[in-house]
Structure formats: C-alpha cells, structure tokens
Design a protein around this ligand. Sequence first.
Ligand SMILES: [Zn+2]
Length: 86
Amino acid sequence: MALPIGRETTHNDDGPGGVERLLERMSDANFNVRLVALMAVAAYLPGGDRRVAGAVRKALDDPKHKVRHAAARILKVPCPGCGRTR
Ligand SMILES: [Zn+2]
C-alpha cells in the first residue's frame, strides 16, 4: 500500500466528490483501505458533514480493531476494542 496517510494530502484533490469517494472506501473489504479513508475523512469532521460524522462513528464498530482504535482516537472516546483513549 502506497497510499499516503497525512493531513496535508487530504485537502488538495477534493471537491465535493472527494468526500463521497472516501465514504465509499470506508466500506471497502480491505481494512487498510478503510483505515486510510477513515484518516482522510476525519479531516472533514470540522466541516459538520453528518455523513462524515456518521461514517466515523460507524467505524467504531469495524470488525478490525485497528480501524475501531483509529476511529476512537479521532472521536476522543475510549476504544471499544481495548478501552484506551490513545
Ligand atoms: Zn483499541
């Protein structure tokens, strides 16, 4: 996987279609794709998009702990997988 994880990379290539694409990827069968999409979509949380907030909250129920953990960190809630906040 050569997809970059980073805040700088998430803002540039997106019009309104960018969020849609990320939200779609958050249902990908590959957890790495979901994880990268989650990190990227989190940058849109301050924008108040309900679909974004919903998708991040949904990631708390992801089958993969790594994804749930990342979602919990983003939402600043204890991880449903291990109970940690970091
Ligand atoms: Zn965890």
